[in-house]
Design a protein around this ligand. Sequence first.
Ligand code: SF4
Length: 342
Amino acid sequence: MSKDLKDKTPEELEQLVTELGQKKYFAGYIFSFIHVENATEISLITPLSKAFRQKLIDQGYYISALTIARKLEDKDGTAKYLFTLEDGNQVETVLLPESKRRTVCISTQVGCNLDCQFCATAKIGFRRNLTAGEIADQVETIEADSGKVTNVVYMGMGEPLLNYDAVMKSVKLLNHVEGKNIGIRHITISTCGIAPAIKKLAQEKIHPRLAVSLNAPSDELRTRLMPINKKYPLAGLLKAIQDYQDDTRQRVTFEYVMIKGLNDSAENAKTLVKLVSGIKCHVNLIEYNPHPGCDFAGSGSESIKKFAEVLEYAGIETTMRFKMGRGIKAACGQLGADMAKE
Ligand code: SF4
């Protein structure tokens, strides 16, 4: 059992304090000092008696903290943070300010082993899963550094649903009323399509929004771009998404990275329409963002608009995202590009 108090839910903290002979409500002080006041030392939780604080320290309990190793800001307002974890590993996290909304795109693993061909993180390989405390801390540290965060997307480094327990626990930490209290509808988990985990997610008591990184309308093309498709091909994946929607009544987002000459033809768009018919969805078209070691090119705004027209004509709500954060390699698919180089 981890001794990191940042990694514990209020219920786990209640269990801990009662086991140590203290009143249950002391857990609330610990939780809000860590997740609202950003306390990084047990000695700072002053509502607890000095003796109890010392007892926690003596028993090896601590509060983990991320360190900002680098912060880059793009002229479009995007900021990319490089965080150092307590063991020296590093992850990148992005703040995307858009009018009233301030979204943080967080990482769930150090590196990733899914090898999606358009993604720089894949080049790092997989190092380890993040803990729930480390995942939530990315939001908390950015909020302390640059102001209120309104939305969270699990779309940074790593595949969230391959670190399922820590990810769901971090959602609970961020959503908790005594913590950051980020509304569950303001939290999105994006997956490359781990079908069994989508089924599991449907059974949870709370349902963050679900986004699925689709990127191709056929198994052949999708397997080329995303080897995980071999394990979870489109038919089973779409069935899991449909079941998720039936269980949760939630609209699902499909992310589609637009790569020139590969997945961006009118024919691809028509096949995509057929593929997702029956699913209440929204499609987000993202122009491929270049990074070293990958030969793809972005589709360009004209092709993306034409692709979007086919979807919209079929009644599918579609948005287009261009180049946000590209100047600092903070755009989709670019996280870890500098780390892979290093
Ligand atoms: S897109 Fe996501 S799942 Fe795919 S390699 Fe990159 S980080 Fe991993």
